[in-house]
Design a protein around this ligand. Sequence first.
Ligand code: KG4
Ligand code: ZN
Length: 344
Amino acid sequence: MAIVLGIESSCDETAAALVRGDRRILAQRIASQDDAHRPYGGVVPEIAARAHAERLAPLIKAVLEEAGMTLADVDAIAATAGPGLIGGVMVGLVTGKALAMASDKPLLAINHLEGHALSPRLADETLDFPYLLLLASGGHCQLLLVEGVGRYRRLATTIDDALGEAFDKTAKMLGLGYPGGPAVERLAAQGDAKAVPLPRPLLGSSEPHFSFAGLKSAVLRARQSGQHRDADIAASFQQAAVDCVIDRTRRAIERVDDITALVVAGGVAANHAIRSALETLAEAQGLRFVAPPLALCTDNAAMIAWAGLERLAQGQSDTLAFAARPRWPLDPEAEPVRGAGVKA
Ligand code: KG4
Ligand code: ZN
């Protein structure tokens, strides 16, 4: 049974994992850089790249030791090759290439978004293609029809901010620090979700796209008005986000046939309010709902190793000349969205 070493370094988590073809995670480590970036209220690319360079090799060594293995026991090396902060991506990809070359094993250059998109199949062996995926992270908010390994049809994306970004910015406005999503969720639990009137951008619009910039600005105005408790702002923001996600996802469900499940992945999938609202939506639509455990939702290397295993099983591999890609859409054919900014 194949064993793949996965490497992840596209943002602010340095991670390595060993995963076997039967979905057993043999060992995994994640080194968070939260402390290094906290003073700046967000990820500083240069600091991230340097931290990956310091931490990655010892982390890989630790993972191999924990599993009682050497590179000789590994069948392939899978490293995130984009999209993400290019300095960090290069650290991970070049490390993966060096290990592949030294051990004479195949290299799999993995799209980080493909790692998120296939992670639900690592968690649930009964999840078959095609499924509808809400991929919501710090950099992306998309609805994708996942038809197979390497076959992704983008039904919707955000025309401005990603959902995780909206959580992070709300956290910053409320002085909750970084990373913001979990902090907003905790504070929201103490607030009244009906206390602050906030907009639901694009609610009811015919295309299932997302927009969160207007919601973010409204949060800022609510805060500046001085009329609301922070917990009420957090709760009202989270409720607005949930309402948008559910409305847009419902619209996407109308556009696909014969899907096996509604699936959520990416860091924002760790949010309990969003998870449970999606679960209710799936039930109402007669669909199965699949969400990976929280640790597989936020960035990790097991999902990269798993995407590598899926591609290896299809006989795929990449050359040592594979270039790191700062931008790398899962569906290159998707039409640009009117009003969309630079974020993919
Ligand atoms: O997938 P991920 O770990 O990294 C990216 O690829 O972006 O996602 C990180 C994002 C951040 O914006 C973070 O605030 C958000 O996921 N996030 C959450 C929660 N946990 C993480 N957002 C809302 N609620 C959470 N519990
Ligand atoms: Zn991610």
